[in-house]
Design a protein around this ligand. Structure first.
Ligand code: F2R
Ligand code: MG
Ligand code: MG
Length: 320
């Protein structure tokens, strides 16, 4: 199990990277535009920072992994400062997150910033897209996982739906880490566990999760999925979209991520979140090598992210 568990840690972190890089060139496109112009997106495409490059999704995920490794736990202040140190606007950040990081830079306390963004905090998917390290590091304790996911979200996304969606995405990664990919996955039981996990106040999130139950039975067209649930930047829309992509195509990492990107809209982020769950389920050895080959590999590129996953795993196993 230990070698497989390490592969799952690597699958979740590099799965985020792969899905982000695959989806980024078509971010904002409709599903129809993607299918008409490109068919399935099955290979890394040229992108504004180059083929196989990552965006804010992976950049912030790296920040969480670094902070967890340095502190051995989730430390809100340390993480907020790490997000700020790593900030690179060329990666393409959401407006609320840019504002939050600017307030932190001005000296506003890290735990007071989030509430100042929008009305009562952001419910964008920015705190869900980066959550993979929390999902694998706390995979064995849903109570602690929720607490740490909330804490990591609070910095930039303090709205209850932003926090709950981040906790749900982390829990989906944790459940995928615990699952054995050589046995048939009961997708309805998996979804039922996720629904049971969500706090009842997060009604919008729960409503979308219930839609997945019928999608899994009826396998509707992508246009139907998008018109009835959406594919945009709201966390309570795009986290369920990623969960659906994983559950609908759980037999294959590649098919899950390709399907997630085919939903259109916030494709880098749906791709990243699908890749995190599917990677935690299958492990890094089931991520297509042609995708890994194409990933950027500079100072904080592919090898660095792989090493972060290995370090997180090593710290985790000392506590098991
Ligand atoms: N920023 C992008 N994509 C733009 C493409 C970059 C461009 N091509 C370039 O050249 O640079 N993608 C990234 O942003 C998303 C994550 O955003 P985040 O961090 O959640 O930002 P924000 O601003 O907090 O929330 C996003 C939007 O959600 C709506 N919203 C959130 N909370 C709200 C509230 N309480 N009330 C009303 N609306 C709320 C707003 O429209 C926000 O702008 C990812 O896609 C990532 O890839
Ligand atoms: Mg992005
Ligand atoms: Mg995005």
């Amino acid at each position: 199990m230990s070698e497989k568990l390490k592969q799952k840690f690597q699958g979740a972190l590099l799965g985020t990277f792969v899905g982000d890089a695959l989806g980024m060139p078509v971010e904002g496109w409709s599903p129809g535009a993607i299918s008409e112009r490109l068919g399935d997106v099955r290979d890394m495409l040229d992108a504004r920072l180059g083929k196989g490059t990552y965006t804010d999704d992976t950049q912030m995920m790296i920040g969480i992994a670094e902070s967890l490794i340095e502190c051995g736990d989730l430390n809100g202040e340390h993480l907020a400062l790490r997000f700020l140190d790593n900030f690179d606007p060329s990666r393409g950040y959401g407006g609320g997150t840019v504002q939050a990081l600017s307030l932190i830079e001005q000296g506003v306390p890290w735990d007071a910033v989030g509430k100042q963004i929008f009305q009562g905090g952001s419910f964008g998917n920015g705190s869900s897209m980066r959550i993979a390290p929390v999902g694998v590091f706390y995979y064995d304790d849903p109570y602690v996982l929720r607490e740490k996911a909330y804490l990591s979200s609070q910095i930039t996304h303090a709205h209850p739906l932003g926090k709950e969606s981040a906790a749900l995405q982390a829990f989906a990664i944790a459940r995928a880490t615990l699952a054995n990919p050589t046995e048939e996955l009961d997708v309805h039981a998996f979804l039922g566990d996720l629904i049971a996990f969500v706090e009842p106040e997060a009604e919008e999130l729960i409503r979308n999760l219930y839609k997945l139950e019928s999608f899994l039975i009826d396998t509707p067209t992508i246009d139907h999925v998008v018109s009835s649930m959406g594919n945009d930047v709201r966390s309570y829309v795009s986290v369920p979209a990623a969960i659906y992509a994983f559950l609908n195509k759980h037999h294959s990492f590649e098919e899950a991520v390709v399907f997630g990107v085919s939903l259109g809209g916030d494709t880098d982020t749906i791709g990243a979140m699908t890749g995190a769950i599917a990677g935690a389920y299958h492990g890094i050895d089931r991520v297509p090598s042609r995708w890994l080959t194409d990933l950027e590999n500079g100072a904080k590129g592919k090898d660095y992210v792989s090493d972060l996953a290995s370090q997180l795993y090593e710290i985790k196993v000392t506590t098991l």
